[in-house]
Structure formats: structure tokens, C-alpha cells
Design a protein around this ligand. Structure first.
Ligand code: SF4
Ligand code: SF4
Length: 138
């Protein structure tokens, strides 16, 4: 197992494989119940501490899955870091948020479409799942 510093370096390398796209300022259309992988929680906690942002309770993976399945739009299941339609933790948002808008939907399995995407390059669903797995294994 790599130490934390190396794991965070690897995490950022994975993030850097994701094509860049600019979000529309003030848009939070894709924010909902969201899951952070273990190393992403470490990344998040460091960012919160450095920036003096209060830590908020994250949803459990089971809760996220059940919310997605039930397609609930209830505000209480919203990501706790959405504030005034902005992401408070944008630089350390988890991989699932970074994949929104840049995945080409070839099988219809992923639901990461952004109507505002200006991405020049896209990932296939398979590539996006592979990157999510890489983060999970860190
Ligand atoms: S990915 Fe698209 S929907 Fe999500 S916040 Fe960015 S612009 Fe909005
Ligand atoms: S981490 Fe940020 S971008 Fe992702 S769901 Fe939460 S508020 Fe939205």
C-alpha cells in the first residue's frame, strides 16, 4: 500500500486523464447524491482543513445507490457541498463529478450527460468505469 502522499499523487494523475471541460458558472444541474472513494475523502478533508470549510456528513454508498435507483430529487439527499448552486469543494470534487459531461454514451449504462458540455474530447463509458475503478483501488 502506498503512503497517503503517493496515493494523492496517483489520484491527481487519474483526474488528469479526464478531458477538461468548463462548467457553466452557477450551474449545479448534475449535483445530487454523490459518493466519495476513500482516498477522495482524504483529499477532501485536507482541502476543508486548509480552507476553513466545515466538514459535512457524507451520504453512505448504500444511501447514494438507493437514491439513484429511486431517482429522488429530494433536497435532503443533495450533496452537502452544494451551496447556493455552487460547489464549495470544486478543486477536490470526486471523480463522478469530474466525469459529468465528458462521457460518450455508447451503452446507455452511464448517466453522466451534461446539456452544457463544451468538451472537445470524450471518454467512452468503458474508459470512465476504468478510471473510477482505478480511484477505488487507491
Ligand atoms: S457538468 Fe454540466 S450540469 Fe454539471 S455542473 Fe457542470 S455544467 Fe452543470
Ligand atoms: S462535490 Fe461539488 S460538483 Fe460534486 S455533487 Fe457535490 S457540489 Fe456538486
Amino acid at each position: 500500500m502506498l503512503n497517503i502522499k503517493k496515493r494523492l499523487t496517483e489520484l491527481n494523475k487519474i483526474y488528469n486523464k479526464i478531458p477538461k471541460m468548463e462548467c457553466v458558472p452557477g450551474c449545479s444541474d448534475c449535483c445530487g447524491p454523490v459518493n466519495f472513494q476513500q482516498i477522495e475523502k482524504v483529499n477532501l478533508n485536507r482541502f476543508l482543513k486548509t480552507n476553513g470549510i466545515n466538514k459535512k456528513k457524507l451520504l453512505s454508498l448504500d444511501k447514494v445507490i438507493s437514491m439513484i435507483k429511486s431517482d429522488s430529487s429530494d433536497e435532503k439527499f443533495m450533496c452537502p457541498y452544494r451551496k447556493d448552486d455552487r460547489c464549495e469543494i470544486y478543486p477536490v470534487r470526486p471523480i463522478v463529478c469530474r466525469l459529468f459531461g465528458i462521457v460518450k454514451h455508447d451503452t446507455g449504462l452511464a448517466n453522466l450527460q451534461c446539456l452544457h458540455s463544451d468538451a472537445k474530447t470524450y471518454l467512452t463509458e468503458e474508459q470512465s468505469y476504468k478510471l473510477m475503478e482505478e480511484v477505488k483501488r487507491l
